[in-house]
Each structure stands twice: as C-alpha cells, then as structure tokens.
Design a protein around this ligand. Structure first.
Ligand SMILES: Nc1ncnc2c1ncn2[C@@H]1O[C@H](COP(=O)(O)OP(=O)(O)OP(=O)(O)O)[C@@H](O)[C@H]1O
Ligand SMILES: [Mg+2]
Length: 186
C-alpha cells in the first residue's frame, strides 16, 4: 500500500478503533509531542526518529473548520518535520560529509499520509490532497465514518484513484470471547 501510491478509504462506526489503529501505525504516541512542539532535542529522540523511519507515515487530523489553505500549511509542516526526523536517523549529525548531507537535504521520505476524520474535508481540500500528493507519489489513506465512501464517490477524479476500501467491523462473538478471556483481568 505504502509503495503502491494509491488512495485507500477506511471507514467504520464510532469507537470501533479507527483512530487507535492509525495512531499505532504512525507511532503517534511516541512522535506527537516532538512533531507538535518542535522544542529542544533530547537524547531519547533517537528512538522517535527510528520509529518514524520505520513507519514513514504522517497522521493528520483536520479540525472541523479546516480550509484548504490551512490543510496545505499544516500538512506541509508535518511532512517537513517528519522528513527532518527521518533524516536525523539515516544521517546522524557529524557522520556525513557536508556534500553528502547537502545532497540528501530536502529529500522526501514520507510514503503515506493518513487523514483521520476525513469527512471534514471539503471538495477543494480533497482535490488539493489528490493533486499535491499524486505528484510526489505519496499514498493516502482517508479514515472516517461509514458513508465516507459515498461522500467521495461524487468526485470521479478522486474516486478513480481509490485503490481499496476497508470497513472496520466490531469484534464478532468468538473474537470478543477470546479478548475477554485473555485480557479481562488487566
Ligand atoms: N480494537 C481495539 N483494541 C483496543 N481498544 C480499542 C479497540 N477499538 C477501540 N478501542 C478503544 O475504544 C476507544 C475508541 O477508539 P477510537 O478512538 O480508535 O475509535 P474511532 O473508530 O476512531 O471512533 P470515532 O469514529 O468516534 O473517531 C479507544 O480509546 C480505544 O481504547
Ligand atoms: Mg476517531
């Protein structure tokens, strides 16, 4: 998926674990503070750089009233910061010659953008996402409530790029029993 440069839609009802799974995949708990506050570095950050290098993923949640301009600025910032972290992992400061570093600098390592709460995206924002990240060969996953796939089917250019749709389902009875038996105490 990440290398297929496609668009994926993931939908499921409230509380089914959409946000949780996206956060897990993007190492959100580890990376969020660093990427958001962008403060002084600490020695522990190396772990975060390594995690971001593994996922190569940016998780973005538009706010309710996000305009296309804000979306563009916020995503650009998130991608730039993620790239800088990955670069720190691949080329720790002091290890590369200035020429080699200059060559790598500005390179894009991000392979996947996950947009949570994607029903908030208005048509112009969708179009921007499709166009912008198409050109950079970055795959997109949009996460939202059931109905998301219908909402987007009105935009043929966008919809024709959708490579897969995945529906999150609540656990079935056997799965629920399995989880409860093993994890009830904790
Ligand atoms: N498969 C799961 N395993 C463990 N915890 C889960 C799972 N699914 C949901 N949860 C729990 O339920 C809560 C809600 O999950 P989450 O926020 O991921 O739902 P969501 O699908 O994003 O819902 P919404 O549509 O409201 O955004 C989480 O805090 C999480 O702890
Ligand atoms: Mg959610």
């Amino acid at each position: 998926m990440r290398r297929g440069h496609t668009i994926g839609l993931c939908f499921g009802s409230a509380g089914v674990g959409k946000t949780l799974s996206a956060r897990r995949y993007a190492h959100y708990e580890k990376a969020h503070d660093l990427l958001t506050y962008w403060g002084p570095r600490s020695d522990n950050d190396a772990k975060i750089y390594a995690a971001l290098n593994r996922s190569r993923t940016v998780l973005y949640t538009p706010s309710v009233l996000t305009t296309p301009r804000t979306l563009k600025d916020e995503l650009t910032q998130a991608i730039t910061r993620t790239n800088m972290c990955i670069e720190q992992h691949l080329v720790p400061p002091g290890t590369a010659t200035p020429e080699a570093w200059g060559w790598r600098h500005g390179r894009n390592y991000v392979e996947l953008i996950i947009v949570d709460e994607a029903e908030r995206l208005r048509p112009a924002a969708l179009e921007l996402l499709r166009d912008r990240y198409d050109r950079d060969d970055i795959a997109l996953i949009l996460i939202g409530m059931p109905g998301l796939e219908k909402q987007f089917s009105h935009y043929p250019q966008f919809y024709s790029r959708v490579g897969f749709a995945h529906q999150y389902r609540p656990l079935g009875q056997d799965e629920l029993l399995f989880v409860l038996e093993r994890h009830w105490r904790s």
